[in-house]
Design a binder for this molecule. Sequence first.
Ligand code: MG
Length: 449
Amino acid sequence: MGKLFGTNGVRGVFSEDFTLEFVHDLILSISTYFKEGTILVGYDGRNSSKIVSKLVCSTLNSAGMDCDLTGLVPTPCLEFATKTLGYNGGIMITASHNPPEYNGIKPVASDGVEISREDENVIEDIFFKKNWKETSSVFGSTRNDDRAIQTYLDGIKSQVDVSKIKSRKLKVVLDLGNGTQAVTAIKLCEQLGCETITINQEIDGTFSGRGPEPTPYNLEELSSTVVNNNADLGIAFDGDGDRSIFCDNTGVLLSGDKSALLLSNYLLKKNPNSKVVTCINSGNSIDEIVTQTNSTVMRTKVGSIEVSRKMLTENALIGFEENGGFMFGKHNQVRDGGMTLALFLELLVDSNKSISEELATLPPSFTTKDKISCKKEDVDRIISKLSDEFPNADTTDGIKIVFDKKNWIMVRPSGTEPIIRIYAESDSEKNLETLMTEYIQKIKSFVDR
Ligand code: MG
């Protein structure tokens, strides 16, 4: 049977493989899976999103299901509203950080978390067998629901000490990346009494600023704006606002691993004996941090859904990915740029230190990642060549070659784009660079052949 779902939802290039006919059939399959109840529908700022949302709603209605349209919102806002407002499920129209020509569909369960891998298989089975419920004799209806944004902001604020944060009047730079956190993060900062400076704040389907994916390599403007304005903190979101990359008060950009270490250190001291879930491609310094608070860390395959669903079954406090996806279990078991921002602000207020001083207290951690464009057959050849060379390597997800606790490299095909990703950790910046250079050359030699 074919695959529709990648690492995170169904994605494709609009009008090429992600056609209106495809969306129609996919939504009939999803509505058959949901069976009944009202579905909350939201979308990101891509040029095709509004058109797709109309088709999603009318297809749900034609299958006899009601839906409420919440309009343009970040993915974590749609997810939190689905759970909190009592919907039977949610559908988010987004391709997250993919290039502008893409779009996608992400089904959300009534618990506010992306549906499980098993449920994705159920939908794929319905889709490929065309086993969906035929057009209903009683059509559903579409209404608007404008409660999602304030519900989301109230949910975030209920998890932090608002009056304490307000009293510090922190100065924050928001790089909204022309994405959907523009409708929530600015309001959140206002409601938390921050002085806010925004960049790339216009929602724009072509992501004309610095593109939809924030990485420590394309955020020079965020970094310089923090320094020039003497701000306490900078943050950049991805296109649909679930991931966040931070910048300290000296303009240094933090990897997702580093900001997760900082937040985990803070949250675990307040909540000892807790559980942390992360993927096998994030660094090992988290092991030292959990030990200090009698907590534990569990590892999953790469993918936020694996982390989210594990958090639910384990009742974990924290979940994170190395790419800036951070989950706070008391709020919702999903990556949430807005919630993560609020936690960072509380950390700053509680510690009385700057972010750079806070970072200096953490165990050293040197992690990095890179990507190489390549075709499917190249991916298979790369993995099999590396497996031949390292027969004992971990092949749970791509291939992870572990030299020792602090030195490893992992190679894995992207679940959303035609690229292969390389992740590494080492015991020093210099050794990390040497390791990456060696393996990038090795992998490129497998592709060129
Ligand atoms: Mg995203």
